[in-house]
Design a protein around this ligand. Structure first.
Ligand SMILES: [Zn+2]
Length: 61
């Protein structure tokens, strides 16, 4: 597996790496690796990963 950061392409082992996995129907699969939370956050912002996604349920009070 490559050590390249999903966001910036740097070698994550040179930094303080963060690894992301996504749940699939029957397990988990790698979704990315990042130098640190800054690169993860930038990737999320750049790809709008959080748009429309929220684990909180609005019960409508
Ligand atoms: Zn990076």
């Amino acid at each position: 597996m490559s050590d390249a950061c999903t966001y910036c392409g740097s070698d994550v082992s040179d930094h303080d790496p963060v690894f992301v996995e996504e749940g699939t129907g029957d397990g988990r699969q790698e979704a990315g690796q990042f130098c640190n939370y800054a690169c993860l956050s930038a990737q999320i912002d750049d790809t709008d990963l959080t748009t429309g996604a929220c684990c909180r349920i609005d019960l409508g009070g």
